[in-house]
Unconditional design. Structure first.
Length: 211
């Protein structure tokens, strides 16, 4: 489990591609690899990945993951190139502060950045989401964008806004996003469960028809 509070960013240092498979190596400061074990879970751009190898013996260490076809299909990890910067969060441990919201690291879809409006104090980012996921996005509700726990702003037809403070821009890779970028989306599980439950009840009572 994760909190959506990104701890640092890491850089893609090595990629090995085979059909339906990608081996990904990231460089990251070794302080973020302390007490890491092979088989541990780390969220990369919000995607829960299993550590297959790592080296924390020098100041700048590395960590490696195997990514299979289903993950490549659902996330933006297959679009990464050498030098790309990704968000990095270690899994939640007992006693950790929960500053964001609970995330599983299971990406459901991607959204496209439509526009970014910059000001001195924040960025306003507009994203477009596939229609089947829009019912789970609410103004002032939670959503995870590339593993970052964020609060939804205005919701429009098929689109929604996020407002990003300077601290989030400094710690994550959001500052490198531009119009046309694809970001990973994890819907808030509580919102998803409520909507699904209400829809099932309405269907059972014949108040709505199946889509």
């Amino acid at each position: 489990m994760f909190t959506g509070i990104v701890q640092t960013t890491a850089q893609v240092s090595q990629i090995e591609d085979r059909p339906g498979f990608r081996k990904l190596r990231l460089q990251v400061a070794s302080q973020f690899l302390k007490q890491l074990a092979q088989g541990a879970s780390i969220a990369i751009n919000g995607t829960c990945l299993t550590v297959t190898a790592f080296d924390a013996s020098t100041e700048l260490g590395w960590v490696q993951f195997d990514i299979i076809d289903e993950t490549l299909r659902l996330t933006n990890l297959g679009q990464l190139a050498l030098g790309a910067v990704v968000n990095f969060e270690r899994s939640l441990t007992l006693g950790s502060e929960l500053g964001g919201h609970i995330l599983s690291g299971h990406i459901q879809t991607q959204a496209e950045v439509l526009q970014i409006v910059e000001s001195a104090d924040n960025w306003a980012i507009q994203l477009q989401l596939a229609p089947e996921w829009q019912p789970y996005v609410f103004s002032k509700g939670f959503i995870a964008i590339d593993g970052i726990s964020l609060t939804v702003g205005v919701v429009e037809e098929g689109r929604f806004w996020l407002h990003i403070i300077p601290e989030t821009l400094a710690v994550t890779n959001l500052g490198s996003r531009q119009a046309g970028s694809q970001v990973n989306i994890e819907i808030d599980q509580q919102s998803y469960t409520i909507v699904q439950t209400v829809e099932r009840l309405l269907l059972a009572r014949g108040l709505i028809t199946p889509q």
